[in-house]
Design a protein around this ligand. Structure first.
Ligand code: SF4
Length: 282
């Protein structure tokens, strides 16, 4: 039996960079706070907590803070959070992923030029909430074809469409098409990051060949959930686990290929543990 792990499984560039910045501040002896969990993975958050890192869960908690260094995670935050940090005189490190920063720049510029910003993504996702906080006029978040069909412009407004970095590429294209069919004046910026596209493509290709697929990632991680959906559509025996402890694997003798992939917030250590376990036990 063969066990194959997708090349891009695990921490993406942006999350890796943010996590490293947290460890760097800890090494320097700073009292570190992250604004929201640095990675959507409980094991990572727990390990950092053990090193004295505190997660600020809300704006209210940030408002009460009087000391320490705040790390803005890869998802980014609204402009008003920077203003709050500055007004409070708190030290902070901006670990917003450059691909997310690009979205902030686009929506800021295009909304200033009078375009209505459409964000294709999941309303309530922290990255989307952050991006909404950079527009001059309120953005509209579109997640489903029905919402796209129901959308109408006021007074011949022009649109600018961007995407949540982790949105499914195919669904993004389908939603953009609905807007294009309406004949509006639209600028489309495909802001889905390559890390997501690559990992989705690799996962699909591997799942298409595998008898069993294991997808590792936090239960709150939207990119892991999407990987799971993709793998499940190609391979019926797809397992979604957070850590090795969740894996209740039963492999019939006929299984020849087990594929493993992991969301962008999954540390290598967990991927290796799962991989070794499957190799040794089956
Ligand atoms: Fe950056 Fe892409 Fe990772 Fe999001 S998924 S943090 S955009 S590298």
């Amino acid at each position: 039996m063969e066990v194959v792990v997708t090349k891009s499984a695990g921490f993406c560039f942006g999350v890796k960079r943010a996590v490293e910045q947290v460890y760097e501040q800890v090494r320097q002896g700073k009292r570190v706070y992250t604004y929201g969990s640095i990675a959507h993975n409980e094991a990572v958050v727990k390990e950092l907590e053990e090193q004295g890192v505190t997660v600020l869960e809300s704006r209210e908690e940030l408002e009460k803070l009087t000391e320490g260094t705040v790390i803005i995670r890869a998802h980014g935050v609204a402009e008003e959070i920077y203003k709050l940090l500055e007004a409070k005189g708190l030290a902070y490190i901006d670990a917003t992923c450059p691909f997310v920063k690009r979205i902030h720049r686009i929506v800021q510029e295009q909304s200033a030029l009078g375009r209505q910003i459409i964000i294709i993504g999941n309303n309530g996702h922290p990255e989307v909430e952050g991006a909404k906080g950079w527009t001059k006029t309120p953005a509209v978040v579109i997640e489903t074809p029905q919402q796209a069909r129901d959308f109408t412009v006021k007074n011949g407004e022009k649109l600018c469409i961007v995407s949540q970095t982790t949105f499914n590429y195919k669904k993004f294209q389908d939603l953009v098409e609905i807007f294009q069919e309406k004949g509006y004046d639209i600028i489309v910026a495909n802001t889905i990051c390559n890390a997501t596209e690559n990992s989705q493509r690799e996962a699909r290709e591997l799942a298409a060949q595998a008898d069993v697929m294991i997808v590792i990632g936090g239960t709150h991680s939207s990119n892991t959930r999407k990987l799971y959906e993709i793998c499940r559509s190609e391979c019926e025996s797809t397992y979604y686990i957070q850590t090795l402890e969740d894996l209740k694997l039963e492999l019939p003798n006929s299984v020849e290929l087990v594929g493993i992939t992991a969301g962008a917030s999954t540390p290598n250590k967990i991927i290796e543990e799962v991989q070794n376990y499957v190799r040794i036990n089956f």
